[in-house]
Write a protein that binds this ligand. Structure first.
Ligand code: ADP
Ligand code: MG
Length: 453
């Protein structure tokens, strides 16, 4: 008989997948997504659902579906009972796991990322092969596996594919996927609520077999979180559990990450993913066309060549170009067969924006920062001193200096005739916050990405 919240959660996650195959997607989203199992007594599993209406509808219309799913998840007959989420909170098992934020008890896997729909080519072959091997032998080959690359080249996809593959093969295995920034947020919340850090480590030791942590660069300068991560890392490795990490740079270049951690990373297998070559890019494009339910034959070959050559630095942008083309042909200018001149017309705005990106200018920085904070460029360079506007202004100055190396005096002129010490102050504020403030790190990271840096 399953007993812990974790075991019950695993059963319910598994049952949910079954249910998802048997009900309409909208019904699933509204009634089942986000529900959780809260206790089990004498062959009755109690599920907390979002509203009283949901509880009664599920009971009258989907009880059979749920019980069949439980049968298939567990191999034995369970009755299902439904309660409303809030009302149930107070009766949840008062186990020690309850202290651990629910966040860590969820796998956070996204079924859309699998090995089947990952296209391998020379650019990512080693990363693909190592990921595949790890999903067959977690904890036994390289620990950790570290994948790094620029944005949009499939790191998250592979990380998720490892988790999904392991879960498919062994549904009871305990997989946790998290981005380093979510890990930080959740750890901070946890540390505020409970002084007993050990309980989180114990939780990981007992309840996580495969730890997939994305974008490790977000731990930079977060010394307390890094310390906890280090202990968890060591505990899992000692217990033979698999860790897979992604990073936007080679680990040795991660300034602000603890040297001890970096040296642990180097003990595993560190692999890079390159931008795709033309051939692989075309294969990815074809696979995305098919995934959209379309036929690659409806696209002239030179359309595929053009898109793959113009959007080859980042697969996310390649997908964006295809979506734009599909949207254009479905709504703006209906067409069944896509020719090169049609495609050029449809994706022109995207090409212009990527070309713009190559020529980064001061104005571009100002307008991008303004956009990001829902301000106008004239507010950024103007006189308003409210904290939000001032912060956006300082960030724009910082980026101007950092990305373009513009002299302070020139920055001052561009920002409404301010003198160079005002500029220096503003930049200094951003630099200080960058050391300690996650929000600032995220904002600068996002902005640099938008600026193509
Ligand atoms: P990263 O984490 O490196 O920034 P992602 O894994 O989020 O990149 O990939 C961005 C998008 O491109 C995702 O939709 C992903 O499915 C897709 N993608 C990237 N590489 C491939 C590939 N080799 N085959 C299929 N899809 C890919
Ligand atoms: Mg990613």
């Amino acid at each position: 008989m399953p007993e812990t919240i974790t075991e019950i959660t695993i059963i319910w996650e598994h049952a949910l997948k079954e249910i998802e195959n048997h009900v309409e997607p909208r019904i699933y989203d509204s009634f089942f997504r986000g529900t959780r199992a809260i206790r089990i007594t004498d062959k009755t599993l109690t599920i907390a659902v979002s509203t009283a209406v949901a509880a009664s509808i599920i009971k009258s219309k989907f009880e059979r579906t749920v019980e069949d799913a439980l049968l298939s998840a567990t191999g034995s007959d369970f009755r299902a009972d439904f309660v409303v989420e809030d009302a149930s909170a107070s009766v949840a098992e008062p186990k020690k796991e309850d202290k651990i934020p629910e966040f860590f008890a969820n796998s956070h896997l996204d079924r859309q990322f699998t090995f089947e729909n990952f296209v391998d080519g020379p650019c990512n072959r080693e990363a693909y092969q190592a990921s595949l091997m790890i999903s067959f032998n977690p904890g036994q080959l390289y620990n950790p596996l570290v994948l790094y690359s620029g944005p949009g080249l499939g790191k998250t996809h592979l990380l998720q594919a490892i988790g999904n593959e392991i879960k498919d093969k062994t549904p009871t295995s305990k997989v946790l996927y998290t981005s380093a920034s979510d890990f930080t947020d959740e750890y901070v919340k946890f540390a505020q609520g409970f002084k007993e850090d050990r309980s989180l480590v114990d939780y990981f030791r007992q309840d996580v077999d495969i730890f997939l942590i994305d974008d490790i660069q977000f731990l930079k300068n977060k010394s307390k979180t890094m310390e906890m991560f280090f202990i968890i890392f060591q505990t899992l490795v000692d217990a033979g559990k698999q860790i897979v990490i992604t990073s936007d740079q080679p680990p040795q270049n991660l300034d602000g990450i603890d040297e001890r951690l970096k040296s642990r990373f180097a003990k595993g297998l560190v692999l890079n993913i390159d931008p795709p070559d033309g051939e692989t890019c075309k294969k990815i494009l074809k696979s995305k066309i098919i995934a959209q339910g379309l036929d690659p034959k409806d696209f002239d070959e030179d359309v595929l060549t053009m898109i793959s050559s113009k959007f080859n630095k980042n697969v996310r942008e390649l997908e964006g170009a295809l979506l734009r083309l599909v949207f254009y042909s479905a709504t703006i200018k209906p067409a069944k067969h896509i020719t090169i001149s049609y495609a050029n017309e449809a994706v022109r705005p995207l090409i212009e924006s990527t070309e713009d990106k190559d020529a980064l200018t001061e104005n571009k920085i100002i307008s991008t920062v303004a956009n990001y904070y829902s301000l106008t460029p004239s507010q950024i360079i103007g006189k308003i001193r409210t904290s939000r506007v001032a912060m956006a202004r300082h960030i724009a100055m910082y980026l101007d200096r950092e990305l373009l190396g513009t002299p302070l005096i020139k920055i001052g002129q561009a920002f409404g005739g301010r003198d160079h010490s005002t500029v220096l102050n503003g930049i200094g504020k951003v630099e200080r916050e960058l050391k300690n403030d996650v929000d600032m790190q995220v904002a600068i990271g996002e902005l640099k990405r938008k600026l193509g840096k």
